[in-house]
Ligand binder design. Structure first.
Ligand code: UD1
Length: 409
Protein backbone atom coordinates (compact mmCIF):
# COMPACT_ATOMS: atom_id res chain seq x y z
CA UNK A 1 0.00 0.00 0.00
CA UNK A 2 1.43 3.43 -0.90
CA UNK A 3 2.59 5.64 1.91
CA UNK A 4 0.08 8.44 2.32
CA UNK A 5 1.25 11.90 3.35
CA UNK A 6 -1.17 14.73 4.06
CA UNK A 7 0.19 18.27 3.68
CA UNK A 8 -1.60 21.29 5.12
CA UNK A 9 -1.45 24.84 3.78
CA UNK A 10 -3.56 27.78 4.91
CA UNK A 11 -1.99 31.21 4.58
CA UNK A 12 0.20 32.98 2.03
CA UNK A 13 3.62 32.07 3.52
CA UNK A 14 2.67 28.36 3.61
CA UNK A 15 2.40 27.83 -0.13
CA UNK A 16 6.09 28.32 -0.95
CA UNK A 17 7.12 26.15 2.02
CA UNK A 18 4.87 23.24 0.97
CA UNK A 19 5.26 23.32 -2.84
CA UNK A 20 8.80 21.82 -2.89
CA UNK A 21 7.62 18.91 -0.71
CA UNK A 22 4.93 18.06 -3.28
CA UNK A 23 7.56 18.30 -6.05
CA UNK A 24 9.98 16.06 -4.11
CA UNK A 25 7.23 13.46 -3.63
CA UNK A 26 6.49 13.49 -7.37
CA UNK A 27 10.21 13.13 -8.15
CA UNK A 28 10.48 10.25 -5.71
CA UNK A 29 7.60 8.45 -7.44
CA UNK A 30 9.03 9.04 -10.90
CA UNK A 31 12.44 7.66 -10.05
CA UNK A 32 11.03 4.65 -8.25
CA UNK A 33 12.78 1.31 -8.59
CA UNK A 34 11.01 -0.35 -5.68
CA UNK A 35 7.32 -0.53 -4.83
CA UNK A 36 7.23 2.34 -2.35
CA UNK A 37 5.22 5.10 -4.00
CA UNK A 38 4.07 8.01 -1.90
CA UNK A 39 0.56 9.45 -2.29
CA UNK A 40 0.04 12.98 -1.12
CA UNK A 41 -3.15 14.76 -0.16
CA UNK A 42 -3.00 18.56 -0.13
CA UNK A 43 -5.40 20.25 2.29
CA UNK A 44 -6.01 24.03 2.10
CA UNK A 45 -7.70 25.36 5.23
CA UNK A 46 -8.81 28.55 3.44
CA UNK A 47 -7.29 30.82 6.11
CA UNK A 48 -6.24 32.97 3.15
CA UNK A 49 -8.79 32.74 0.37
CA UNK A 50 -8.63 35.67 -2.07
CA UNK A 51 -7.08 35.46 -5.53
CA UNK A 52 -4.19 37.74 -4.56
CA UNK A 53 -3.43 36.00 -1.22
CA UNK A 54 -3.90 32.40 -2.36
CA UNK A 55 -4.86 31.41 -5.95
CA UNK A 56 -2.02 33.26 -7.67
CA UNK A 57 0.53 31.36 -5.55
CA UNK A 58 -0.76 28.00 -6.79
CA UNK A 59 -0.25 29.20 -10.37
CA UNK A 60 3.19 30.74 -9.78
CA UNK A 61 4.48 27.73 -7.84
CA UNK A 62 2.89 25.28 -10.32
CA UNK A 63 1.15 23.67 -7.38
CA UNK A 64 -1.90 21.58 -8.31
CA UNK A 65 -5.17 22.75 -6.75
CA UNK A 66 -5.76 21.39 -3.25
CA UNK A 67 -7.45 18.00 -2.91
CA UNK A 68 -9.48 19.36 -0.02
CA UNK A 69 -10.47 23.00 0.68
CA UNK A 70 -11.85 23.61 4.15
CA UNK A 71 -12.98 27.15 3.21
CA UNK A 72 -12.51 28.52 6.72
CA UNK A 73 -11.83 32.22 5.98
CA UNK A 74 -11.19 35.00 8.46
CA UNK A 75 -12.11 35.40 12.13
CA UNK A 76 -10.57 36.01 15.51
CA UNK A 77 -7.71 33.67 16.48
CA UNK A 78 -10.11 31.51 18.49
CA UNK A 79 -12.76 31.40 15.78
CA UNK A 80 -10.28 30.66 13.00
CA UNK A 81 -8.38 28.00 14.96
CA UNK A 82 -11.54 26.30 16.21
CA UNK A 83 -13.21 26.32 12.79
CA UNK A 84 -10.13 24.77 11.15
CA UNK A 85 -10.06 22.05 13.84
CA UNK A 86 -13.75 21.23 13.41
CA UNK A 87 -13.51 21.01 9.63
CA UNK A 88 -10.14 19.23 9.55
CA UNK A 89 -10.95 16.32 11.89
CA UNK A 90 -13.39 14.48 9.57
CA UNK A 91 -10.96 14.90 6.66
CA UNK A 92 -8.14 13.38 8.69
CA UNK A 93 -10.33 10.46 9.82
CA UNK A 94 -11.49 9.81 6.25
CA UNK A 95 -8.04 10.00 4.63
CA UNK A 96 -6.17 8.24 7.45
CA UNK A 97 -2.66 9.27 6.31
CA UNK A 98 0.60 7.77 7.57
CA UNK A 99 1.94 11.26 8.19
CA UNK A 100 0.73 14.83 8.47
CA UNK A 101 3.05 17.62 7.36
CA UNK A 102 2.46 21.13 8.69
CA UNK A 103 4.61 24.14 7.81
CA UNK A 104 5.44 27.47 9.46
CA UNK A 105 3.64 29.15 12.32
CA UNK A 106 0.17 30.28 11.25
CA UNK A 107 -3.15 29.38 12.88
CA UNK A 108 -3.67 26.57 10.35
CA UNK A 109 -0.38 25.00 11.52
CA UNK A 110 -1.31 24.65 15.19
CA UNK A 111 -4.99 23.87 14.51
CA UNK A 112 -4.26 20.82 12.32
CA UNK A 113 -1.39 19.64 14.53
CA UNK A 114 -3.63 19.70 17.57
CA UNK A 115 -6.29 17.63 15.80
CA UNK A 116 -3.76 15.03 14.62
CA UNK A 117 -2.09 14.75 18.03
CA UNK A 118 -5.35 13.61 19.64
CA UNK A 119 -7.02 11.65 16.83
CA UNK A 120 -7.57 7.87 16.85
CA UNK A 121 -7.60 6.41 13.37
CA UNK A 122 -8.50 2.91 14.62
CA UNK A 123 -9.45 0.99 17.73
CA UNK A 124 -5.76 0.75 18.73
CA UNK A 125 -5.48 4.55 18.90
CA UNK A 126 -3.19 4.83 15.87
CA UNK A 127 -2.54 8.41 14.73
CA UNK A 128 -0.44 9.86 11.92
CA UNK A 129 3.16 10.89 12.43
CA UNK A 130 3.20 14.67 12.72
CA UNK A 131 6.03 16.49 10.95
CA UNK A 132 6.65 20.21 11.49
CA UNK A 133 8.60 21.99 8.76
CA UNK A 134 10.41 25.11 10.07
CA UNK A 135 10.62 23.82 13.63
CA UNK A 136 12.55 25.44 16.47
CA UNK A 137 12.43 29.10 15.42
CA UNK A 138 11.90 31.34 18.44
CA UNK A 139 11.46 35.10 18.84
CA UNK A 140 11.12 34.60 22.64
CA UNK A 141 8.21 37.04 22.40
CA UNK A 142 5.05 35.34 23.62
CA UNK A 143 2.92 38.36 22.66
CA UNK A 144 3.26 37.21 19.02
CA UNK A 145 0.50 34.76 18.02
CA UNK A 146 3.00 33.03 15.75
CA UNK A 147 5.36 32.33 18.69
CA UNK A 148 2.56 30.54 20.54
CA UNK A 149 1.83 28.55 17.37
CA UNK A 150 5.51 27.62 16.95
CA UNK A 151 6.11 26.47 20.51
CA UNK A 152 2.92 24.42 20.77
CA UNK A 153 3.32 22.83 17.35
CA UNK A 154 6.89 21.75 18.10
CA UNK A 155 5.96 20.19 21.42
CA UNK A 156 3.28 17.91 19.96
CA UNK A 157 5.07 16.97 16.71
CA UNK A 158 6.99 13.74 16.16
CA UNK A 159 9.43 14.95 13.52
CA UNK A 160 10.90 18.42 13.67
CA UNK A 161 12.52 19.74 10.50
CA UNK A 162 14.80 22.69 11.26
CA UNK A 163 15.88 25.39 8.81
CA UNK A 164 18.83 26.77 10.77
CA UNK A 165 21.28 25.58 13.42
CA UNK A 166 20.01 27.97 16.07
CA UNK A 167 16.69 26.11 16.04
CA UNK A 168 18.45 22.92 17.21
CA UNK A 169 19.65 24.73 20.32
CA UNK A 170 16.19 26.19 21.02
CA UNK A 171 14.56 22.76 20.79
CA UNK A 172 17.23 21.18 23.02
CA UNK A 173 16.73 23.92 25.60
CA UNK A 174 13.01 23.11 25.67
CA UNK A 175 13.76 19.44 26.36
CA UNK A 176 12.77 18.08 22.94
CA UNK A 177 14.70 14.85 22.29
CA UNK A 178 17.44 15.29 19.66
CA UNK A 179 16.37 12.15 17.81
CA UNK A 180 13.11 13.85 16.77
CA UNK A 181 14.97 16.79 15.23
CA UNK A 182 16.41 16.89 11.70
CA UNK A 183 18.42 19.80 10.32
CA UNK A 184 17.38 19.78 6.67
CA UNK A 185 17.58 23.37 5.35
CA UNK A 186 14.81 25.65 4.19
CA UNK A 187 11.98 24.70 1.82
CA UNK A 188 11.09 28.38 1.32
CA UNK A 189 14.54 28.77 -0.21
CA UNK A 190 13.94 25.62 -2.33
CA UNK A 191 10.99 27.49 -3.89
CA UNK A 192 12.99 30.67 -4.34
CA UNK A 193 15.82 28.89 -6.15
CA UNK A 194 13.41 26.82 -8.26
CA UNK A 195 11.44 29.91 -9.38
CA UNK A 196 14.27 32.42 -9.72
CA UNK A 197 14.65 32.16 -13.51
CA UNK A 198 10.92 32.54 -14.08
CA UNK A 199 10.83 35.49 -11.67
CA UNK A 200 13.48 37.23 -13.78
CA UNK A 201 11.06 37.16 -16.71
CA UNK A 202 8.33 38.92 -14.70
CA UNK A 203 7.09 42.17 -16.27
CA UNK A 204 6.43 43.83 -12.91
CA UNK A 205 9.25 46.42 -13.25
CA UNK A 206 7.77 47.52 -16.56
CA UNK A 207 4.21 47.51 -15.17
CA UNK A 208 5.18 49.70 -12.23
CA UNK A 209 7.15 52.06 -14.49
CA UNK A 210 10.43 51.20 -12.78
CA UNK A 211 12.38 50.79 -16.03
CA UNK A 212 13.94 53.87 -17.60
CA UNK A 213 14.99 54.32 -21.23
CA UNK A 214 13.24 53.73 -24.55
CA UNK A 215 10.91 50.72 -24.57
CA UNK A 216 12.24 49.37 -27.87
CA UNK A 217 15.91 49.65 -26.83
CA UNK A 218 16.35 46.83 -24.29
CA UNK A 219 20.13 47.16 -24.03
CA UNK A 220 19.80 50.75 -22.76
CA UNK A 221 17.02 50.19 -20.26
CA UNK A 222 17.90 50.45 -16.60
CA UNK A 223 15.99 49.99 -13.36
CA UNK A 224 15.17 53.06 -11.28
CA UNK A 225 16.41 52.86 -7.71
CA UNK A 226 13.56 51.82 -5.46
CA UNK A 227 12.97 50.37 -2.02
CA UNK A 228 10.36 47.69 -1.34
CA UNK A 229 8.17 47.84 1.77
CA UNK A 230 5.85 45.26 3.38
CA UNK A 231 4.02 45.67 6.70
CA UNK A 232 1.26 43.43 7.99
CA UNK A 233 2.04 42.35 11.55
CA UNK A 234 -0.92 43.21 13.80
CA UNK A 235 1.47 44.68 16.40
CA UNK A 236 2.76 47.12 13.75
CA UNK A 237 -0.37 48.08 11.86
CA UNK A 238 -3.34 47.68 14.21
CA UNK A 239 -2.41 50.68 16.39
CA UNK A 240 -2.51 54.08 14.65
CA UNK A 241 0.44 55.60 16.57
CA UNK A 242 2.71 52.59 16.08
CA UNK A 243 1.86 52.48 12.37
CA UNK A 244 2.46 56.24 11.98
CA UNK A 245 5.82 56.02 13.80
CA UNK A 246 6.91 53.41 11.29
CA UNK A 247 5.76 55.43 8.28
CA UNK A 248 7.52 58.49 9.75
CA UNK A 249 10.69 56.38 9.94
CA UNK A 250 10.72 56.22 6.14
CA UNK A 251 10.00 59.91 5.63
CA UNK A 252 12.92 61.94 4.38
CA UNK A 253 15.43 59.06 4.59
CA UNK A 254 14.83 57.42 1.27
CA UNK A 255 15.35 60.61 -0.68
CA UNK A 256 16.47 59.26 -4.04
CA UNK A 257 14.18 56.28 -4.23
CA UNK A 258 10.53 55.64 -4.74
CA UNK A 259 9.17 53.15 -2.17
CA UNK A 260 6.93 50.37 -3.53
CA UNK A 261 4.45 49.08 -0.94
CA UNK A 262 2.36 46.01 -1.90
CA UNK A 263 -0.31 46.19 0.77
CA UNK A 264 -1.60 43.23 2.76
CA UNK A 265 -5.43 43.30 3.18
CA UNK A 266 -5.11 43.85 6.96
CA UNK A 267 -2.89 46.90 6.38
CA UNK A 268 -5.15 48.22 3.62
CA UNK A 269 -8.07 48.20 6.05
CA UNK A 270 -6.07 50.06 8.70
CA UNK A 271 -4.88 52.76 6.26
CA UNK A 272 -8.54 53.50 5.43
CA UNK A 273 -9.72 53.26 9.06
CA UNK A 274 -6.94 55.53 10.38
CA UNK A 275 -7.48 58.09 7.58
CA UNK A 276 -3.89 57.73 6.34
CA UNK A 277 -4.55 57.63 2.60
CA UNK A 278 -2.82 60.96 2.04
CA UNK A 279 0.47 59.53 3.35
CA UNK A 280 0.65 57.25 0.33
CA UNK A 281 0.62 57.49 -3.47
CA UNK A 282 -1.71 55.35 -5.49
CA UNK A 283 -0.74 56.60 -8.96
CA UNK A 284 2.36 56.04 -11.03
CA UNK A 285 4.11 59.05 -9.51
CA UNK A 286 7.86 58.56 -9.11
CA UNK A 287 8.45 61.44 -6.75
CA UNK A 288 11.53 60.35 -4.78
CA UNK A 289 10.62 59.39 -1.23
CA UNK A 290 6.96 58.76 -2.10
CA UNK A 291 5.46 55.54 -0.76
CA UNK A 292 3.50 53.99 -3.58
CA UNK A 293 0.75 51.49 -2.81
CA UNK A 294 0.06 48.43 -4.97
CA UNK A 295 -2.22 45.43 -4.53
CA UNK A 296 -0.62 42.35 -2.88
CA UNK A 297 1.58 40.78 -5.57
CA UNK A 298 2.04 37.24 -6.81
CA UNK A 299 5.12 35.20 -5.91
CA UNK A 300 7.11 35.69 -9.13
CA UNK A 301 6.37 39.42 -9.36
CA UNK A 302 7.28 39.94 -5.72
CA UNK A 303 10.51 37.94 -6.08
CA UNK A 304 11.49 40.01 -9.12
CA UNK A 305 10.85 43.22 -7.15
CA UNK A 306 12.89 41.94 -4.18
CA UNK A 307 15.82 40.84 -6.34
CA UNK A 308 16.11 44.25 -8.03
CA UNK A 309 15.46 46.46 -4.98
CA UNK A 310 18.13 48.70 -3.47
CA UNK A 311 16.65 47.89 -0.08
CA UNK A 312 13.77 45.88 1.41
CA UNK A 313 11.98 47.09 4.56
CA UNK A 314 9.68 44.53 6.15
CA UNK A 315 8.07 42.99 9.22
CA UNK A 316 7.63 39.59 7.54
CA UNK A 317 9.50 36.48 8.66
CA UNK A 318 9.97 34.85 5.25
CA UNK A 319 11.15 38.01 3.50
CA UNK A 320 14.09 38.27 5.93
CA UNK A 321 15.20 34.85 4.68
CA UNK A 322 14.52 35.50 1.00
CA UNK A 323 16.51 38.77 0.97
CA UNK A 324 19.40 36.98 2.70
CA UNK A 325 19.39 34.35 -0.02
CA UNK A 326 19.19 36.99 -2.78
CA UNK A 327 21.94 39.10 -1.15
CA UNK A 328 19.64 42.15 -0.96
CA UNK A 329 19.94 44.45 2.10
CA UNK A 330 16.97 44.17 4.46
CA UNK A 331 15.73 46.32 7.36
CA UNK A 332 13.36 44.44 9.67
CA UNK A 333 10.84 46.63 11.47
CA UNK A 334 10.56 44.52 14.61
CA UNK A 335 12.24 44.36 18.03
CA UNK A 336 13.26 40.72 17.54
CA UNK A 337 13.54 37.98 14.96
CA UNK A 338 13.06 34.24 15.20
CA UNK A 339 15.46 33.95 12.23
CA UNK A 340 18.86 34.96 13.68
CA UNK A 341 20.84 33.42 10.80
CA UNK A 342 19.61 36.33 8.64
CA UNK A 343 21.39 38.69 11.06
CA UNK A 344 24.49 36.60 11.78
CA UNK A 345 25.10 35.29 8.28
CA UNK A 346 22.77 37.21 5.99
CA UNK A 347 21.93 40.77 4.95
CA UNK A 348 19.33 41.63 7.59
CA UNK A 349 19.43 44.30 10.33
CA UNK A 350 16.86 44.78 13.10
CA UNK A 351 15.52 48.33 13.36
CA UNK A 352 12.88 48.11 16.11
CA UNK A 353 9.63 50.05 15.59
CA UNK A 354 10.66 53.52 16.78
CA UNK A 355 11.00 56.27 14.16
CA UNK A 356 14.66 57.06 14.90
CA UNK A 357 15.78 53.43 14.94
CA UNK A 358 14.14 52.84 11.57
CA UNK A 359 15.71 55.99 10.12
CA UNK A 360 19.21 55.07 11.20
CA UNK A 361 18.89 51.43 10.07
CA UNK A 362 17.68 52.54 6.63
CA UNK A 363 20.47 55.13 6.30
CA UNK A 364 23.10 52.57 7.29
CA UNK A 365 21.79 49.96 4.84
CA UNK A 366 21.66 52.52 2.00
CA UNK A 367 25.11 53.99 2.66
CA UNK A 368 26.95 50.81 3.43
CA UNK A 369 24.80 47.71 2.87
CA UNK A 370 25.57 44.62 4.97
CA UNK A 371 27.30 42.01 2.83
CA UNK A 372 26.05 38.58 3.77
CA UNK A 373 26.39 34.93 2.91
CA UNK A 374 23.85 32.12 2.65
CA UNK A 375 23.16 29.97 5.75
CA UNK A 376 24.12 26.30 5.81
CA UNK A 377 21.90 23.92 3.81
CA UNK A 378 19.90 26.67 2.12
CA UNK A 379 20.76 24.89 -1.10
CA UNK A 380 17.43 24.05 -2.74
CA UNK A 381 17.42 20.44 -1.51
CA UNK A 382 15.60 20.68 1.82
CA UNK A 383 12.38 19.08 0.56
CA UNK A 384 14.22 16.08 -0.89
CA UNK A 385 15.82 15.51 2.52
CA UNK A 386 12.44 15.86 4.22
CA UNK A 387 10.69 13.38 1.93
CA UNK A 388 13.49 10.86 2.36
CA UNK A 389 13.25 11.04 6.17
CA UNK A 390 9.43 10.94 6.08
CA UNK A 391 9.43 7.85 3.87
CA UNK A 392 11.81 5.99 6.19
CA UNK A 393 9.91 7.01 9.31
CA UNK A 394 6.54 5.99 7.84
CA UNK A 395 7.89 2.56 6.88
CA UNK A 396 9.40 2.14 10.33
CA UNK A 397 6.09 3.10 11.97
CA UNK A 398 4.15 0.63 9.81
CA UNK A 399 6.64 -2.10 10.71
CA UNK A 400 6.21 -1.45 14.42
CA UNK A 401 2.40 -1.27 14.20
CA UNK A 402 2.11 -4.58 12.29
CA UNK A 403 4.51 -6.26 14.69
CA UNK A 404 6.76 -7.15 11.72
CA UNK A 405 10.47 -6.63 11.64
CA UNK A 406 11.25 -2.92 11.43
CA UNK A 407 12.05 -1.86 7.88
CA UNK A 408 15.06 0.40 7.74
CA UNK A 409 15.94 2.02 4.42
C1 UD1 B 1 -1.39 35.44 8.83
C2 UD1 B 1 -0.48 34.75 9.83
C3 UD1 B 1 0.90 35.42 9.83
C4 UD1 B 1 1.46 35.51 8.42
C5 UD1 B 1 0.44 36.22 7.53
C6 UD1 B 1 0.91 36.36 6.10
C7 UD1 B 1 -1.57 33.79 11.83
C8 UD1 B 1 -1.77 33.96 13.28
N1 UD1 B 1 -1.00 34.83 11.19
O1 UD1 B 1 -1.63 36.76 9.29
O2 UD1 B 1 1.77 34.63 10.62
O3 UD1 B 1 2.68 36.22 8.43
O4 UD1 B 1 -0.78 35.48 7.56
O5 UD1 B 1 -0.03 37.02 5.32
O6 UD1 B 1 -1.91 32.76 11.29
N2 UD1 B 1 -7.71 38.73 4.29
C9 UD1 B 1 -8.15 39.01 3.01
N3 UD1 B 1 -7.91 38.09 2.03
C10 UD1 B 1 -7.30 36.91 2.29
C11 UD1 B 1 -6.84 36.66 3.60
C12 UD1 B 1 -7.03 37.58 4.58
O7 UD1 B 1 -8.74 40.06 2.75
O8 UD1 B 1 -7.13 36.10 1.38
C13 UD1 B 1 -7.92 39.70 5.37
C14 UD1 B 1 -8.82 39.10 6.45
O9 UD1 B 1 -10.12 39.49 6.29
C15 UD1 B 1 -8.23 39.61 7.75
C16 UD1 B 1 -6.82 40.04 7.40
O10 UD1 B 1 -6.68 39.96 5.99
O11 UD1 B 1 -8.92 40.72 8.21
C17 UD1 B 1 -5.82 39.19 8.08
O12 UD1 B 1 -5.88 37.80 7.74
P1 UD1 B 1 -5.53 36.68 8.85
O13 UD1 B 1 -5.63 35.35 8.25
O14 UD1 B 1 -6.31 36.96 10.07
O15 UD1 B 1 -4.07 36.90 9.31
P2 UD1 B 1 -2.82 37.63 8.69
O16 UD1 B 1 -2.71 38.98 9.29
O17 UD1 B 1 -2.83 37.54 7.20
Amino acid sequence: MPIKIMIVVGARPNFMKAAPIVTAIKQHNQGLKTDEPIRHVLVHTGQHYSASMSDTFFEDLKLSPPDVDLGVGSGSHAEQTAEIMKRFEPVLLRESPDALVVVGDVNSTIACTLVAAKVSLDSKGTRPLIAHVEAGLRSFDRSMPEEINRVLTDHISDLLFATEENALENLANEGIPRKKVHFVGNTMIDSLLACRDRAESSTILERLGLLQGAKDDHSNRSTRRYALLTLHRPANVDDRDVFLNIVDGLDGVIKDHVVIFPVHPRTQKRIAEFGLNDRFDTGADHRPGAIRLTEPLGYLDFMCLMANAALVITDSGGIQEETTCLGVPCVTVRENTERPSTLNTGTNVLAGVATNGIRSAISRQLESPVKGGVPELWDGKAAVRIVDILRRQCLEKRGIESGAEVVRA
